[in-house]
Ligand binder design. Structure first.
Ligand code: IMP
Length: 201
């Protein structure tokens, strides 16, 4: 059994990533969160790119724990808002804000904007720092449209207002496997495992 640290405490991300790895490497990998390795230092995320922030997270934690570390930096790019909230997605409505605060702000910024102009994409960049100091990046994007109100029972970030036209559902209406099958994070994870040699973990 190999152990990989996933540099997050976001339980939604943990569910998606751990679910994915369990399917791809059944019984071969243990995923530990920051809380599970007792890491509680603040991680500075101050670059303007998903790649830069993912590297900051993975590198900071790998220096501290000496294990293979993966990090996901992700967010929502809305075309009408020139790509915002982008890397600021988690704190769009201010430091310490809730997902509901972020959704409220997004919907108010898009008030009166017609459907055809509400195009957006989720982006995920996964960065891994391996024991041999190799760094691997993988990226996934998923195109959709921002709804005018919430749909579905899932409560991860912007999922209730992100509509995925091919399935005619919001992301909050999808089960875990269906979301991983089409999402930005699922795409990034599939690219990641094609580049990752588990024996190096
Ligand atoms: P990070 O922890 O800095 O990468 O923040 C990512 C933020 O982007 C999350 O807190 C969510 O607001 C948003 N986000 C990223 N991926 C998803 C997703 O799959 N569903 C909903 N929101 C997401």
């Amino acid at each position: 059994m190999k152990t990989i640290v996933f540099a997050t405490n976001n339980h939604h991300k943990v569910t998606e990533v751990a679910g994915f790895f369990e399917k791809h490497f059944p019984g071969k990998l243990i995923i530990k969160t920051l809380a599970q390795i007792g890491f509680s230092d603040e991680i500075i995320e101050n670059t303007e790119t998903f790649e830069g922030n993912a590297l900051q997270k993975a590198k900071t934690v790998s220096k501290a724990c000496g294990l293979t570390v993966i990090a996901d930096d992700s967010g929502l790019e809305v075309d009408y808002l020139n790509g915002m909230p982008g890397v600021y997605s988690a704190r769009y409505a201010g430091e310490g804000c809730s997902s509901q605060d972020n959704i409220n702000k997004l919907l108010s910024e898009l008030e009166g904007v017609p459907m055809e102009k509400r195009t957006a994409r989720f982006v995920s960049v996964i960065c891994a720092c391996l024991l041999n100091e190799e760094v691997i990046y993988a990226k996934g994007c998923c195109e959709g449209v921002i709804l005018t109100s919430k749909r579905g029972t899932g409560d991860f970030g912007y999922d209730p207002v992100f509509y995925y036209p091919p399935l005619q559902k919001s992301f909050a209406e999808l089960d875990l496997d269906t979301k991983n099958g089409i999402s930005h994070r699922g795409i990034a994870l599939r690219q990641f495992v094609s580049l990752f040699d588990i024996s190096k973990a």
